[in-house]
Ligand binder design. Structure first.
Ligand SMILES: NC(=O)c1ccc[n+]([C@@H]2O[C@H](COP(=O)([O-])OP(=O)(O)OC[C@H]3O[C@@H](n4cnc5c(N)ncnc54)[C@H](OP(=O)(O)O)[C@@H]3O)[C@@H](O)[C@H]2O)c1
Length: 325
């Protein structure tokens, strides 16, 4: 049995704990910076142990893997803490603030012979896997355009990690990571990147648009931000047809394949069994059970490719996190 630990008790930690419980996984321990919060969380979800510091959890030899659910700015430190204590790690997206940090994290995992993966849950969901299969089988021919948006209206709150530069805030690392992962998973490494952003008063991007150009003349266009709300679907257009992923494309239960006349040729619906996080949990457990140091579905290379695009975008915008000097 794989025993799980969780670091952080915020929004996503709750969803993940619910999925662990629903999946019948072993809820080993949870850690918070406050013992009281950890104990409350442990009691609610049924964790065996609660710790009032991340260090104590990292040192718990009974744990096989730690899920890191802290803000982006803490991923580097928390991941290294766990790896250096001999724990495998599933780290929330975006895996780090920048490529430099992410490279060091993967190097540490490699050196210690441990598993490290970004929790890019979209890529384990049956909807994404079906879409990828349709594209790989040539069902829509040569892909020419990908359009994917993730705009989630969030009222400004200077204390929310999303708006705080010191927490790795901004739409790029929080939202754009999905459409960028989506596009590059289907089209590979871009040969050109162009991008613009609306930078807010706290120095992080509130909205951005990114265009990727790929070898052979294909393009992906993405928008992300906290300033508007839209349906957030994704369209992949090829010379033989197109594919639509429904609202909130990265966690959509539905995908539809269209021919060139716009007729729906195939529709698939994959309702989540628990809340959608169960697929990445099962994949991490499968990897550990089989001694894999990374999942073929979210290899180091694909995470680093997206980190590099995000670094390049911030360079174009002149946006730096305080940790970057
Ligand atoms: N996969 C998804 O669908 C999804 C959805 C939302 C977010 N995420 C990712 O999950 C991570 C956490 O996001 P969230 O929305 O859960 O954030 P959140 O609600 O703010 O929770 C983050 C938790 O991290 C801990 N923490 C450690 N250092 C902190 C600091 N300096 N400031 C604030 N909290 C700190 C806190 O737990 P303690 O106080 O208990 O120590 C806090 O509850 C981010 O990387 C985000 O990108 C993923």
């Amino acid at each position: 049995m794989i025993r799980w630990g969780i670091i952080g008790t915020g929004r996503i930690a709750r969803s993940f704990a619910e999925a662990l419980r629903g999946n019948g996984s072993v809820l080993g321990a949870v850690a918070s910076r406050s013992l009281e919060k950890a104990e409350k969380f442990a009691e609610e979800f049924g964790f065996e142990k609660a710790y009032g510091s991340y260090e104590e959890l990292a040192n718990d030899d009974s744990l096989n893997i730690v899920y890191i659910a802290t803000p982006m700015s803490a991923h580097y430190e928390n991941t290294l803490l766990c790896l250096n204590s001999g724990r495998n790690v599933l780290c929330e997206k975006s895996i780090a603030l920048n490529c430099t940090q992410a490279e060091k994290m993967f190097a540490a995992a490699h050196e210690k012979g441990l598993f490290l993966m970004e929790a890019m849950w979209m890529k384990f969901r049956p909807t994404f896997l079906k879409v990828k299969q349709w594209v790989d089988e040539g069902r829509i021919g040569k892909v020419q355009f990908i359009k994917a948006d993730f705009n989630n209206f969030v009222p400004y709150d200077k204390d929310d990690r999303l708006f705080k530069a010191e927490c790795g805030g901004g739409a790029l690392l929080d939202l754009s990571v999905y459409p960028l992962t989506f596009a590059t998973s289907l089209l590979g490494e871009p040969v050109n990147i162009s991008s613009h952003a609306h930078i807010g008063r706290d120095g992080v991007d509130l909205s951005n648009e990114i265009t990727l150009e790929f070898e052979g003349g294909a393009f992906a266009a993405t928008t992300s931000g906290f300033e508007v709300q839209n349906r957030n679907n994704a369209v992949i257009s090829g010379d033989k047809g197109s594919i639509l992923l429904g609202d909130w494309f990265f966690c959509s239960a539905e995908c539809t394949l269209y021919d060139l006349d716009g007729n729906a040729v195939e529709e698939r619906v994959f309702p989540p069994e628990i809340n959608g996080y169960e697929y990445e949990i099962r994949e991490a457990e499968r990897c550990l059970a089989n001694g894999l140091k990374e999942s073929p579905l979210v290899p180091t290379e694909s995470t680093m490719r997206v980190m590099a695009i995000m670094d390049r975008c911030r360079e174009m915008w002149g946006m730096k996190f305080p940790q970057e000097g």
